[in-house]
Design a protein around this ligand. Structure first.
Ligand SMILES: Cc1cc2nc3c(=O)[nH]c(=O)nc-3n(C[C@H](O)[C@H](O)[C@H](O)COP(=O)(O)OP(=O)(O)OC[C@H]3O[C@@H](n4cnc5c(N)ncnc54)[C@H](O)[C@@H]3O)c2cc1C
Ligand SMILES: *[C@@H]1O[C@H](CO)[C@@H](O)[C@H](O)[C@H]1NC(C)=O
Ligand SMILES: *[C@@H]1O[C@H](CO)[C@@H](O)[C@H](O)[C@H]1NC(C)=O
Ligand SMILES: *[C@@H]1O[C@H](CO)[C@@H](O)[C@H](O)[C@H]1NC(C)=O
Ligand SMILES: *[C@@H]1O[C@H](CO)[C@@H](O)[C@H](O)[C@H]1NC(C)=O
Ligand SMILES: *[C@@H]1O[C@H](CO)[C@@H](O)[C@H](O)[C@H]1NC(C)=O
Ligand SMILES: *[C@@H]1O[C@H](CO)[C@@H](O)[C@H](O)[C@H]1NC(C)=O
Ligand SMILES: *[C@@H]1O[C@H](CO)[C@@H](O)[C@H](O)[C@H]1NC(C)=O
Length: 600
């Protein structure tokens, strides 16, 4: 049976708990239609910029968000419930990918958060910054040393507030304090619920030189290679999103206006800038009617890797031939808009395990899940206060592997990973429902350095039509090679002595049959989906490069008054779960915007 949900929880509707960000104005309360800045999308990046720009009370900002509030949405608050927020819910854009040739022609959901906080409110809370090599490559590609790690790492202090785990355990050896911030906006914490497989995982890191223990999984100057404890964007047993942090801190500022349920239809040209470039300082959005607002200084597009290229194309900024074919008047020709989509893939490798120590029994029982929910509501402890996994790690393809005879190593450097292992104490498969009986352990393989590139194109000129999302997964030799090697490696992981009295064997016919390269490829192509990390659709490049969509200062090429600040500007997907990288990007973007628009 295909349901595409990780687990089905009976979500309570009656419960309304501690208030998050204050719910925002109705359109009739808009006192003006002109603002200094208009930010499109109250997501991961957009709310960082909204907060930083309104630190100066003289600066007025309007944020337009298509989605609903996150307030009182329990699934957005209890960390373990993160995976129940999507797909196909009130908080999701409900996208699907077009049929994927590298995946046996399959199509599947492509979730994106549609609520305050955007995908930072709907994600699975894994929190990392990427490797120093990711940022140094961005600096090299863009020609801007400001994007290099030595400069970017200072933003950790503004962004991160590392807090103790909910069980209060002393955690030396589970993270390295000098790599973290303790006074920033977003809570980050280690697991606070010792899972039964944790000691086995740690023992495996001692038994297998291939998977050494990693003392800190945040990245930066410290290597991501090896297996360690997950750091989650949560504190006190509650999710921390850009809404509960950056927005909540700024919500009382009189010059910040955030309008929810306001879908941006397109940008509107407003004349010509000082250097002759066309200005796009008008924004048309739909609430009960169509309303146009204008920015005195800039429009900042933070609608994410799907929404941003969609809005650019709807505004006549994109590939002219594609736009004409849809009866949209091209205004700025840029064939790179919506191109170069790059994403991480996810393959759950499920093992049957002994006994009843996995979470499968609890998750099957309405009574036990209800008890866990009650406990979380009561005092924010227990199963639901914790993330869905405790341990994960990263690895490289060995440098003597045959693939490097034909493919240049796509990693940003010799210390960055090619693939990821996520270790789950239960049936973790967003594509297939848990069987009615049995206990499981899942070792997810994620491709971290994809070389396949895809596209986001418009389906029509109607802004409410879902765009055509084609990540074009697993269409290169490197990508299928790396997934295949990942499957072989997680089998070696599960074969560690630490699991000998626990793991029974691979679950399912296609995983069991994956004993040759051909059969493994078949298994990979048949079951892999996404881990929801799209980037690249408004790529950053050098200032005078004709390739790419934005300049190193994130202004849109050939356009006046318009910037993009979100994951779409990363030309390569960071070697990690990207929300932390998006936060750092948005912190620096805010500094750039302030610098380029001095207020007297
Ligand atoms: C299900 C899921 C799980 C994930 N898990 C993790 C994880 O565990 N760790 C991690 O690091 N990353 C994870 N990610 C990825 C991470 O959350 C995203 O990469 C990141 O949040 C993207 O930030 P953004 O600012 O680019 O976009 P978003 O945060 O998605 O913000 C875009 C905002 O723009 C709004 N918008 C879009 N179009 C319009 C429009 N036309 N009008 C008005 N508003 C609009 C959207 O509603 C949204 O609020 C996950 C993502 C998903 C979807
Ligand atoms: C709000 O912003 C406007 C426009 O920049 C400015 O004129 C006004 O003084 C600001 N209001 C406050 C309370 O600072
Ligand atoms: C997504 O699907 C849910 C459930 O069917 C629905 O309530 C919601 O309105 C849909 N949202 C969008 C943007 O299509
Ligand atoms: C976790 O529990 C196991 C026993 O189940 C114990 O051996 C181990 O020390 C615990 N680890 C931590 C970090 O508390
Ligand atoms: C959102 O806006 C639409 C019209 O654009 C309207 O039909 C709907 O009732 C609004 N929902 C809320 C919660 O305001
Ligand atoms: C939280 O509540 C549960 C019962 O629901 C209880 O067992 C537990 O001890 C409480 N924890 C704390 C820290 O108060
Ligand atoms: C790579 O090197 C390792 C260790 O030196 C060796 O075991 C392995 O067979 C080599 N692989 C290839 C493809 O040459
Ligand atoms: C887009 O992808 C192509 C092919 O993968 C590459 O040559 C080009 O440099 C990329 N452009 C940007 C701006 O990233």
């Amino acid at each position: 049976m295909r349901s595409f949900s990780l687990f089905s929880f009976v979500l309570p509707t009656l419960l309304s708990i501690s208030s998050l960000a204050v719910t925002l104005t109705d359109v009739s309360q808009l006192e003006t239609f002109a603002f200094d800045y208009i930010i499109i999308g109250a997501g991961n990046a957009g709310l960082v910029v909204a907060n930083r720009l309104t630190e100066n009370s003289k600066v007025s900002v309007l944020v337009l968000e298509a989605g609903v509030t996150d307030q009182g949405v329990i699934a957005a608050e209890a960390p373990f419930l993160g995976p129940t927020l999507t797909p196909n819910t009130l908080w999701d854009w409900n996208y699907t990918v077009v049929a994927q040739p590298g995946m046996k022609g399959r199509t599947f959901p492509y979730p994106r958060g549609k609520l305050l906080g955007g995908s930072s409110s709907a994600n699975y809370l894994f929190h990392q910054f990427g490797t120093n090599e990711d940022w140094d490559r961005l600096s090299l590609v863009s020609g801007d040393p400001g994007w290099s790690w030595p400069n970017m790492k200072k933003y950790i202090q503004k962004h991160e507030r590392f807090v103790p785990p909910i069980d209060g355990h002393n955690a030396p050896g589970q993270f390295i304090p000098s790599l973290h911030g303790f006074k920033g906006e977003v809570f980050v914490s280690l697991p606070g619920n010792n899972q039964t497989i944790d000691p086995r995982v740690l023992a495996a890191t001692e038994q297998l030189p291939e998977f050494p223990y990693n003392k800190d999984t945040s990245g930066g100057d410290h290597s991501l290679l090896g297996v360690g404890f997950l750091q989650s964007s949560a504190g006190g047993g509650v999710r921390s999103s850009s809404s509960t942090s950056y927005l909540a801190q700024a919500n009382t500022r009189p010059n910040l206006t955030v309008l929810i349920n306001a879908t941006v239809l397109k940008l509107v040209q407003t004349g010509t800038g000082s250097l002759g470039a066309k200005s796009f300082r008008g924004v048309q959005f739909q609430r009960s009617s169509t309303i146009t607002v204008t920015a005195r200084k800039e429009v900042i597009l933070s609608a994410g890797s799907v929404g941003t290229p969609q809005i650019l194309q709807l505004s006549g900024i994109g590939n002219s031939a594609d736009l004409k074919a849809l009866n949209i008047t091209p205004i700025i020709h840029n064939a790179n808009v919506g191109e170069n989509l790059s994403d991480h893939t996810l393959l759950p490798n499920i093992f049957t395990v002994q006994g009843d120590q996995s979470f499968d029994g609890i998750l099957r029982s309405d009574q036990e899940t209800q008890a866990a929910l009650n406990q979380w509501v009561q005092n924010k402890t227990g199963l639901l206060a914790n993330n869905v996994v405790n341990n994960f790690g990263f690895a490289r393809i060995p440098s003597n592997a045959t693939i490097f005879k034909t493919t240049h190593d796509p990693a940003p450097g010799p210390n960055s990973p090619h693939w990821e292992i996520i270790i789950s104490n239960f049936w973790f498969n967003p594509g297939i429902d848990r069987p009615p009986t049995g206990s499981f352990m899942t070792l997810v393989v994620v491709l971290i350095t994809p070389t396949s590139r895809g596209t986001i194109k418009l389906r029509s000129s109607n802004p409410f039509d879902k765009p055509l999302i084609d990540p074009n997964y697993l269409t290169t030799e490197f990508d299928i090679f790396t997934m295949r090697e990942g499957v072989k490696a997680v089998k070696r992981f599960a074969a560690a002595p630490a699991f000998s009295d626990y793991v029974v064997g691979p679950f399912g016919d296609s995983f069991s049959a994956a004993t040759t390269d051909a059969a493994t490829d078949d298994y990979v192509r048949g079951l892999t989906t996404t881990i929801f990390h799209p980037v690249g659709t408004a790529s950053m490049s050098r200032s005078f490069s004709k390739h790419g969509v934005v300049n190193p200062d994130l202004t849109v090429k050939g356009v006046d008054g318009l910037r993009v600040v979100d994951a779409s500007v990363f030309p390569f997907v960071p070697s990690c779960h990207p929300q932390g990288a998006v936060y750092l990007l948005a912190e620096r973007a805010s500094d750039i915007i302030k610098f380029e628009n001095p207020t007297s």
